[in-house]
Design a protein around this ligand. Structure first.
Ligand SMILES: Cc1ncc(COP(=O)(O)O)c(C=O)c1O
Length: 395
């Protein structure tokens, strides 16, 4: 039995008629960039996330780039983040000229560890005399970029406490976590709206996927939102007058129209992913595999949140990761490794001076984690087969 990591076909077939109708309408309008579809989708995202402002952009990567540029983070600044994430997170920090500072992850959740952020600050930073922080190289620490990896929120209460105390902006990388919830400051909040700004990616394989590249920034402050709208059009306002340097970060009408059709289904897709995760857990428990593979942590389930996890990925860990992956591949079960090498060890970041052993939990996760097939429509038969083959491997 062939089990793909992700199969988008069924979802498309169910929505093909309304999606095609929207595409036809955009073609008939001949308005392709930043028009009524983008505005309507931005409004829908505001309603969905309870975000005061949403700004449609060309991708998740460009979302972070735009936020960093709008906040004037650049040369002489440093931004704290995780090395266990997709490249874009740190790539954007470096592209604006700032230094990415990598701290280690929590080994249960794979998300940035607030204790590690705290440790970095205690061991490497001093007050800049103005309520903020400077590191040993004299760079000003400007922001923290927590990444809600695999669809699970970071510990935002603890991160918020640090950011408040040290005057740091929090920019949430919610590229993988649209809809994920966290009990923040005593209230249920969705990923992306707990910091100064947050962003989503609508890359086709994301839980809410476009038919190409697309992204969205959400933020609370009206001034920042206005600046971001100008930033996504080369810092231009009015036409052909440029206040500051921005980029072409525009979202197009076709993508917005498609995403608008899909968004009302997101909650049911997230629930279906969670049911699939529950089924994996039952199967692995029944087959007595839980002492051989570590299942995804669900730290917020006890708090009664609906979207305590949205399972963008279902990631297990085992010291025999590579052998297991090969065994499953031979049985036509597709898996993936997110991510095989921490960003602190990537060649392009060698100038930052990190070495192997600097982030032990990141490095261990890079060696041991394996993403199993998960998507809303995955059949129980397929999941049972995956569990059966994993059990057979460990026999
Ligand atoms: C954690 C994370 N950050 C940022 C991005 C960048 O998003 P995009 O591919 O839309 O540019 C991704 C997407 O893959 C991601 O997974």
């Amino acid at each position: 039995m062939r089990v793909p990591l992700l199969d988008l076909g069924e979802q498309y077939r169910a929505l093909a008629a309304p999606i095609r109708a929207e595409i036809d309408a955009v073609l008939a309008s001949q308005r392709f960039i930043l028009g009524p579809q983008v505005e309507a989708f931005e409004k829908a995202i505001c309603d969905y996330c309870h975000a005061p402002h949403a700004i449609g952009v060309s991708s998740g990567t460009d979302a972070l780039l735009a936020v960093l540029m709008a906040l004037e983070i650049g040369r002489g600044d440093a931004v704290i983040t995780t090395a266990y994430t997709f490249f874009a997170t740190a790539g954007c920090i470096a592209r604006v000229g700032a230094r990415p500072v990598f701290v280690d992850i929590d080994p249960q959740t794979y998300n940035i560890s607030p204790a590690a952020i705290q440790r970095y600050i205690a061991e490497n930073c001093r007050s800049d005399g103005d309520g903020g922080l400077k590191n040993k190289s004299g760079e000003k620490i400007r922001a923290i970029v927590p990444v809600h990896l695999f669809g699970l929120s970071c510990e935002m209460d603890a991160i918020h406490q640090i950011s408040e105390r040290c005057q740091l902006d929090v920019i949430e990388d919610a590229a993988q976590a649209i809809g994920a919830e966290y009990h923040f400051n005593g209230r249920t909040a969705k990923a992306g709206v707990m910091g100064e700004a947050g962003y989503f990616s609508f890359y086709p394989s994301k839980n809410l996927g476009a038919a190409g590249d697309a992204g969205m920034i959400v933020c609370r402050d009206e001034g920042l939102a206005a600046r971001l709208r100008v930033c996504r059009q080369h810092g231009m306002e009015p036409r052909y007058y440029h206040k500051f340097i921005g980029g072409n970060f525009r979202l197009d009408e076709m993508q917005a129209a498609i995403l608008k059709v899909k968004l009302p289904h997101l909650e049911s897709w997230s629930a279906a992913r969670r049911r699939a995760a529950d089924f994996y857990r039952e199967e692995f428990t029944r087959r007595e595999l839980t002492n051989l593979i570590a299942l995804p942590a669900e730290p917020y389930r006890v708090r009664g949140l609906t979207n305590h996890h949205i399972y963008h990925q279902y990631v297990i860990r085992t010291q025999k990761r590579d052998e297991l992956r090969e065994y499953l591949a031979k049985r036509e079960i597709e898996t993936a490794i997110y991510y095989p090498l921490g960003l602190h060890e990537q060649k392009c970041f060698s100038y930052l001076g990190y070495k192997k052993g600097d982030l032990p939990e990141t490095e261990r996760a890079a060696r041991e984690t394996l993403a199993l097939p998960i998507y809303p429509e995955i059949s129980r038969e397929a999941q049972r087969y995956v569990a059966e083959m994993i059990a057979e491997f460990f026999k």
